[in-house]
Design a protein around this ligand. Structure first.
Ligand code: PEP
Ligand code: MG
Length: 760
C-alpha cells in the first residue's frame, strides 16, 4: 500500500493541473484497492454545493453536473460529520439518494472520506463496490491518507483558479472568481500590482525562464557569478589547507574549479543566454543537462559527480542572486515581490526600491522579516502556505496586509475597490503625520512615551520622522547578520555611536546580541533540533564572554559624551543570568574606567520573553532599572506556538486572555518595585492590543516607526480610565475572539477603524 501511495503522491506532485490530479487519483485508487468506482466531489462554500469533479466507474458524462448540498445524500453526510462513512450496503442507509443517471444502482459497498484543510471541508472522496461488503480498515486508512494529500493540491488550484466552474448561475462565477488566498497580516497597508516571483535560494530547479532583456548584461552577470564562486572556492580550499586538512580532502575543490573552467558549462550557458533566456534560467538549463548526462552513466564515480554539479550550479545561482538577484530595472512601485521567504539583506535591498508590497509563503506576523517590512512600511502578507510562487510571476495581485488576503488576478471591481482604499490610506497617513510633534497623551492627561524599534542605521531617520521619543529597542544582531564575521569593538562602537548621537538626548535602548532561534549568522552556525528552545540570546553570549565583552565595551565606549544609553538583555530565563550579565557589564565598565575612558554606567534592563521570568518578576525587577516585555517571544512560549509557523499562526494571538493576564502580572509586580515597564514586541504597535496595554498602566511602548503614528492617534483618543475598564472586561472574557470584537467595536465607534483595516 505504501508503495502505491508513494507512487500516486509522486504523480500528483508532478502534475500541475487539478483536473488531471483528480483523474489520476480516481483511476489509481480504484485500481489499487480493486474497487468498482472511485469518485471525487468538491465543495463550493459560496454556493454550499458539492459537485462531482472526477469519476472512474460512474457515468463520467455527468462530471460537473451532479450536485448536492451539505447534509444531503451520503456525500453531504460525510462532509457534514467530517467523519469517514463505511457501509456494506449504501442503499439501506436512510441518507442514501439515488442518482439514476449516474448508473450507480448496482453499487452497494460504499466508503466516503472527507477531504479537509484547516478544519474546512473541501470535498469528499468516495469508493463503491458491486458486492455487499464493507471496504477493509486498510482501505479506509489508505483513503484517509490520500485525502490528506489531496487537500493542498485543491487549495493550490482554488487560488490559481484551475477549478472549472460548472454552475449555471453567473453570479456564483463572479463570486468564485475572486476568492482570495488567506495568509497572515505581515505589515499593514494594501498593495495592488504585478507579482515578481523570486525563486528561493535553496533551489536552482525552481528558477523560471524569463526573456533576457539585455543579453550582454546577463552574460556579465553569469561571468561575475562564476568569478566570485571561483574566488570563494580558492580561498576556502586555501583556508582548509592552512588549517591542516589533508590535501586529498581538499581535492574536491580542485574538481570544482575544473568544472567551473570547463568550456561546456560556460559556453552552453552563454549560448542559452544568447538564444534569449536570462542568466539564471540559462544556468538552470545547463546544469540540468549536465546532471542528466552524468546521472545516466554507469560509472559510479561519475554518478557521484551529479551532486557536485548540482552544488556548483546552486553556488553560481546564489552568487547571481547576490549580484543581480533583484533586477532593479524590472521592479517598480507596481511590483509585489512573491517568494518563499526573503533574507534580511534582500529586504534591505528591496527597501531601496519603492515597491508596492510583499507576499511570502512562510512566516507569521512576528517573524523577523515581517518586523522589518513593518519598519520599512511595506504592505506585506506572510504565511500564505499554499502560495504557488513560480506560477504567479507576472500576474496581477492585490495583497491586503491588514487581513492577510491575497487576490490573484482579481476582476476589475476588486482592483478598483482596493485602489480607492489606498487613496483613503494616503489621506489618513497625511493626517497622522500632523501628529508628529504632539505628545502621546490620553484624554485624561496620562502620557505614554512612544519609542521606535530599529536595527538598521537606515531606520533612524524614519524613526525620528515618526515622532519617536527615543529608540526603545535597537536589535544589534542586524549589523552582525550582514557581515561575514563578528564585527570588532571599534566597528560596533561606530555603529552604536551613530545611533545614540542621532537621537541624543532622547534615550536609546541597545539590546545585546540576540542570535539563535530564527536569527543566524552565516559565520557562526548554530544547528539544533529545536532552535527556539535552544541556544539563543543571552545563553549564547554568556557562554561566549569574549563576544559579549566586546559588545558591552563597544556600547559603553559609544555612550561617551551622551547620557542616553540603556542596555537590554534578551532571552533571560533565570535570575542567575541577570546577575551574570550585570557582572560582566560592571567588569567592562571598570575596565574602561581603568583605561581612562570617561563614561557613565548605563541603565540596565531585562526582556520578559520567557514565562519563567513572568513568575519571578518582583525579584528580577529589584535587580534592574527597567523591564521590557518582548511579546513576540513571550506569546510564542506561553502558547507553545512557533512564531514563524504558518500552520499554527491562528493560535498565536496577543489578545488571548492568558497572554493578557501574564502581561498584567509583569506590570503589577515590577511597579511594586517602582520599576517602569515597556512593551517592545509587535503587540505594542497593534492598535487593539495597545488599548489594553494602556489600561494596564504600561509606562511606554516601543514599536516600528510605521506603526507609531497610529498608536499615538489611538492614545490621544482614549482616556486611561476607559482603557482600564476595557481591561477589566477583557480579563473576564473567555477568548481572544470576543475580546477582539469588543475592542474593534470601540475603535470603530470612535472613528479610528482605519487603523485596523484597509481604508480610512
Ligand atoms: C520580542 O521577542 O518581542 C522581541 C522584541 O524580540 P525579537 O522580536 O527580536 O525576538
Ligand atoms: Mg525576542
Amino acid at each position: 500500500m505504501l508503495q502505491t501511495l508513494r507512487r500516486i503522491v509522486q504523480e500528483v506532485n508532478s502534475t500541475r493541473d487539478l483536473s488531471q490530479v483528480l483523474e489520476i487519483i480516481v483511476q489509481r485508487v480504484k485500481k489499487a484497492i480493486s474497487a468498482d468506482v472511485c469518485s471525487i466531489y468538491l465543495f463550493d462554500s459560496d454556493e454550499e454545493l458539492f459537485t462531482l469533479m472526477a469519476t472512474d466507474g460512474l457515468n463520467s458524462e455527468l462530471v460537473g453536473q451532479v450536485q448536492m448540498s451539505l447534509g444531503s445524500g451520503l456525500v453531504g453526510l460525510v462532509a457534514q460529520r467530517t467523519d469517514p462513512l463505511n457501509l456494506d450496503d449504501a442503499h439501506e442507509h436512510p441518507g442514501f439518494e439515488l442518482f439514476t443517471s449516474l448508473n450507480e444502482e448496482r453499487f452497494h459497498g460504499f466508503t466516503g472520506i472527507p477531504i479537509t484543510h484547516h478544519r474546512e471541508v473541501l470535498g469528499v472522496i468516495v469508493v463503491q463496490s458491486e458486492s455487499y461488503n464493507r471496504f477493509s480498515q486498510d482501505v479506509v486508512n489508505f483513503l484517509v491518507t490520500i485525502a490528506a494529500q489531496l487537500a493542498s493540491a485543491i487549495i493550490n488550484a482554488q487560488a490559481t483558479r484551475q477549478i472549472p466552474i460548472y454552475s449555471t448561475q453567473e453570479v456564483s462565477k463572479v463570486r468564485r472568481d475572486y476568492r482570495p488566498m488567506i495568509g497572515q497580516p505581515g505589515s499593514p497597508g494594501v498593495a495592488v500590482g504585478k507579482a515578481f516571483s523570486i525563486a528561493s535560494s535553496v533551489s536552482l530547479n525552481a528558477v523560471p525562464d524569463r526573456p533576457a532583456k539585455d543579453v550582454a548584461n546577463e552574460i556579465n552577470v553569469f561571468r561575475l557569478a562564476l568569478e566570485s564562486v571561483r574566488k570563494d572556492i580558492k580561498s576556502l580550499s586555501f583556508q582548509l589547507l592552512s588549517d591542516g586538512l589533508p590535501t586529498e580532502d581538499v581535492a574536491v575543490f580542485d574538481a570544482y574549479l575544473l568544472m567551473l573552467d570547463s568550456n561546456t558549462l560556460i559556453e552552453s550557458t552563454i549560448t542559452k543566454i544568447e538564444t534569449g533566456n536570462w542568466a539564471a534560467g540559462a544556468l538552470r538549463e545547463t546544469i540540468t543537462e549536465h546532471i542528466q548526462l552524468f546521472g545516466e552513466m554507469d560509472n559510479p564515480y561519475l554518478q557521484e559527480r551529479v551532486k557536485d554539479i548540482r552544488d556548483l550550479g546552486q553556488s553560481i545561482f546564489n552568487q547571481m542572486q547576490g549580484i543581480n538577484d533583484l533586477p532593479v530595472d524590472k521592479l517598480s512601485k507596481e511590483t509585489i515581490i512573491v517568494a518563499d521567504d526573503i533574507s534580511a539583506t534582500l529586504l534591505a535591498e528591496i527597501a531601496k526600491i519603492n515597491i508596492s508590497g510583499i507576499v511570502l509563503k512562510s512566516g507569521s506576523r512576528t517573524s523577523h522579516v515581517a518586523i522589518l517590512a513593518r519598519a520599512m512600511g511595506i504592505p506585506t502578507v506572510v504565511g500564505v502556505s499554499e502560495l504557488p510562487i513560480m506560477q504567479l510571476d507576472g500576474s496581477q495581485l492585490v495583497a491586503d496586509g491588514y487581513s492577510g488576503k491575497v487576490y490573484i488576478s482579481p476582476p476589475d471591481h476588486i482592483i478598483k475597490e482596493y485602489s480607492r482604499l489606498i487613496s483613503q490610506e494616503e489621506e489618513l497617513s497625511q493626517e497622522l503625520r500632523e501628529l508628529t510633534d504632539k505628545p502621546a497623551t490620553t484624554l485624561d492627561e496620562v502620557n505614554i512615551p512612544l519609542y521606535a524599534n530599529t536595527g538598521l542605521v537606515a531606520d533612524i531617520t524614519p524613526s525620528k520622522e515618526s515622532g519617536a521619543e527615543g529608540i526603545g529597542l535597537y536589535r544589534t544582531e542586524y549589523p552582525f547578520m550582514i557581515r561575514q564575521r563578528f564585527p570588532g569593538e571599534e566597528e560596533q562602537s561606530t555603529i552604536y555611536k551613530e545611533v545614540m548621537e542621532s537621537m541624543a538626548p532622547k534615550p536609546v535602548v541597545l539590546r545585546t546580541l540576540d542570535i539563535g532561534g530564527d536569527k543566524s549568522l552565516s559565520y557562526f552556525p548554530i544547528e539544533e533540533d529545536n532552535p527556539f528552545l535552544g541556544w539563543r540570546g543571552i545563553r549564547v553570549t554568556l557562554d561566549h564572554p569574549e563576544i559579549f565583552m566586546i559588545q558591552l565595551r563597544a556600547m559603553l565606549i559609544a555612550s561617551k559624551g551622551q547620557d542616553n544609553l540603556n542596555i537590554l538583555f534578551p532571552m533571560i530565563s533565570t535570575i542567575g543570568e541577570v546577575e551574570d550579565s550585570i557582572n560582566l557589564l560592571e567588569r567592562a565598565y571598570e575596565e574602561l574606567l581603568t583605561e581612562g575612558h570617561q563614561i557613565k554606567m548605563p541603565k540596565v534592563g531585562v526582556m520578559v520573553e520567557v514565562p519563567s521570568v513572568v513568575f519571578q518578576m518582583r525579584r528580577i525587577a529589584s535587580l534592574v532599572d527597567f523591564v521590557s516585555i518582548g511579546t513576540n517571544d513571550l506569546i510564542q512560549y506561553l502558547m507553545a506556538v512557533d512564531r514563524n509557523n504558518a500552520n499554527v499562526a491562528e493560535l498565536y494571538d496577543s489578545l488571548n486572555p492568558a497572554v493578557l493576564t501574564a502581561i498584567k502580572l509583569v506590570i503589577d509586580e515590577a511597579h511594586k518595585e517602582g520599576i517602569p515597564v515597556s512593551v517592545c514586541g509587535e503587540m505594542a504597535g497593534d492598535p487593539l492590543a495597545a488599548i489594553l496595554l494602556l489600561g494596564m498602566s504600561i509606562d511606554s511602548l516601543s514599536t516600528s516607526a510605521a506603526s507609531l503614528p497610529g498608536v499615538k492617534w489611538l492614545i490621544r483618543n482614549f482616556s486611561h480610565k476607559e482603557a482600564k475598564e476595557l481591561v477589566e472586561k477583557a480579563l473576564d472574557m473567555k477568548d481572544a475572539y470576543v475580546i477582539k470584537n469588543m475592542l474593534t467595536e470601540r475603535i470603530e465607534k470612535k472613528g479610528l477603524g482605519g487603523l485596523i483595516r484597509a481604508g480610512r
